[in-house]
Design a protein around this ligand. Structure first.
Ligand code: SAH
Length: 386
C-alpha cells in the first residue's frame, strides 16, 4: 500500500513553478539568484516585484509590466503568482463577508471580512481545521488538519483585496485596516509561517498593515508566546474562557498542558506590553457554565496588574453544540463587574451569524466538498483503514 502522503500528492495539481507570493523579501532575493538578472540589479527587481505583489495586486507574472518582456518570459518559466481560489462567497445582512477558499491540495479554509464604522477587519485562518478540540468551537470538530503555508496565509489578504477592489493599495481609509489571526486553527502551532506572513502583511512598502492593528489570538501555547512577541511584534489575544483550571481543562483542553497561571505569567512578560499595547482576553459566554458574577470577580482578580482588555463573546451556536449562549441579563451582570473594575465596553457584537461566520462557527464541512475532494477523502479513509 502506498503511503497516504504519496497518494494525496499524486492526486494533487502542483503549481508549475515556485510561488512568488508568500516569499519573504530575503527569500525573494534568493529566488532571483536563479535567473539571469544581473546581481547589481537584483535588489531593484526584487523591489519591483514586491511592489507589484503587495501594492498593485498583480495576479500573474504577465501583469508585471515594469519588467521587460524578455525578463517576464524568463520568470514565467520558473515562477508563478498564485493565491487561494474562491469556492464560495457569502454576504451577511450586516455586511460581513465569508469566503470559502480552496488551497493547493484541494483543502478548504475560511476567511471572514468584518466591516465597521471606523475600521475593517480581516479574520485569517492559520490551519486547515484545528487540533485543539475546544468544546464550544465548531472548527475543532473538523478532523483533517494541516498547517497553512505563508503563501496561503498572505493569499487570504490578497483575495480579500481583490474582491473589495483595494488595488492599488490605498494609503488611507482602507477597507482592510486590521487583521486578526482568529479564524480556523491555532496560529502558535504554525508559528514560523504565521510570523513570516505577518511580517509580509506589516511591511511598510507592501501591504502596510500596522503591527498595532494586527492581533494574534492563541488558546495559550505558553512556550511560543514570548517568541511570537519578539519575532512578529503584534498584539496578543488570549482565549481564556474560564477562571478555574478544572473548568478550563474541560473547555480548552490545552489548559491541561499549560494551565491558567502559566498563561498569565507569559502574558505579564509579553514583549512590548504597556497601557497603550494591552493584551485582549477573550471570554466566551456560556449559560450557567462560566458566566456567574463570582466568575467575573475572579477574572478581574486574575488579570490584576496586566494591561488588559476583556472581550466578552456571546457564544455563537452551531448544530449539535453542547452549550447555550448566556442570557442577556447574565451577560449584563458579568459585564457590569468588569466595567466597574475599569475595563471598557467589553461585549463583542456577533457578526455574520446568519452565514455561520461568527467566532467559532468556521468549519469547511464535508458537505461543501467538491467531487474531486470527496474522492481524495475517500482515498485517505481507505488507506487509513488498511
Ligand atoms: N486557536 C486560536 C484562534 C481562534 S480565535 C485561539 O483559540 O485563540 C477564535 C476565537 O473564538 C477564540 O477565542 C475561540 O475560543 C472563540 N470561539 C470559538 N468557538 C466559539 C463560539 N462557538 N462562540 C464564540 N466564540 C467562540
Amino acid at each position: 500500500m502506498m503511503p497516504v502522503a504519496d497518494l494525496v500528492t499524486s492526486l494533487t495539481v502542483q503549481p508549475e513553478g515556485e510561488n512568488l507570493t508568500g516569499l519573504t523579501r530575503e527569500q525573494l532575493a534568493t529566488a532571483l539568484e536563479a535567473t539571469t538578472i544581473a546581481p547589481r540589479s537584483r535588489s531593484m527587481r526584487r523591489d519591483q516585484i514586491w511592489n507589484g505583489l503587495y501594492i498593485r495586486g498583480w495576479r500573474s507574472i504577465d501583469d508585471i509590466t515594469t519588467l521587460s518582456k524578455g525578463l517576464r518570459a524568463e520568470l514565467v518559466e520558473q515562477f508563478v503568482i498564485e493565491r487561494p481560489e474562491i469556492v464560495h462567497e457569502q454576504r451577511s445582512e450586516d455586511g460581513t463577508i465569508k469566503w470559502l477558499l480552496r488551497v493547493n491540495d484541494g483543502r478548504e479554509i475560511e476567511t471572514v471580512y468584518i466591516p465597521e464604522e471606523t475600521r475593517g477587519t480581516l479574520c485569517l485562518s492559520s490551519q486547515v481545521g484545528c487540533t485543539l478540540t475546544c468544546r464550544f468551537c465548531h472548527t475543532g470538530t473538523q478532523k483533517l488538519v494541516r498547517n497553512l503555508t505563508v503563501a496561503e496565509i498572505v493569499g487570504q489578504i490578497l483575495v480579500a483585496r481583490d474582491v473589495l477592489g483595494e488595488w492599488p493599495r490605498p494609503t488611507d481609509n482602507r477597507k482592510i485596516s486590521n487583521i486578526v489571526m482568529m479564524g480556523m486553527g491555532e496560529p502558535l502551532y504554525n508559528a514560523e509561517n504565521v510570523r513570516d506572513a505577518l511580517r509580509i502583511a506589516a511591511d511598510g512598502d507592501g501591504l502596510a498593515i500596522s503591527r498595532r492593528r494586527i492581533t494574534l489570538s492563541t488558546a495559550g501555547v505558553v512556550p511560543v508566546i514570548p517568541w511570537i512577541g519578539r519575532e512578529a511584534e503584534v498584539m496578543l489575544a488570549i482565549s481564556l474562557h474560564a477562571v478555574r483550571d478544572d473548568l478550563r481543562d474541560e473547555l480548552v483542553p490545552l489548559n491541561r498542558k499549560y494551565p491558567i497561571a502559566d498563561v498569565l505569567e507569559a502574558c505579564r512578560a509579553y514583549p512590548g506590553l504597556s497601557n497603550a499595547r494591552r493584551i485582549t482576553f477573550e471570554y466566551v459566554m456560556l449559560q450557567d457554565v462560566n458566566d456567574s458574577v463570582a466568575d467575573a470577580r475572579e477574572l478581574v482578580r486574575l488579570l490584576k496588574g496586566i494591561p488588559a482588555k476583556i472581550n466578552l463573546i456571546p457564544f455563537n451556536p452551531w448544530p449539535g453544540a453542547p452549550y447555550e449562549c448566556s442570557s442577556k441579563t447574565r451577560i449584563k451582570n458579568f459585564a457590569d463587574v468588569i466595567s466597574r473594575a475599569g475595563y471598557a465596553s467589553p461585549v463583542r457584537t456577533p457578526r455574520g451569524r446568519d452565514i455561520m461566520a461568527a467566532c467559532g462557527q468556521l468549519k469547511s464541512a464535508s458537505l461543501k466538498l467538491g467531487a474531486r475532494r470527496r474522492r481524495l477523502e475517500a482515498v485517505r479513509e481507505v488507506s487509513a483503514a488498511s
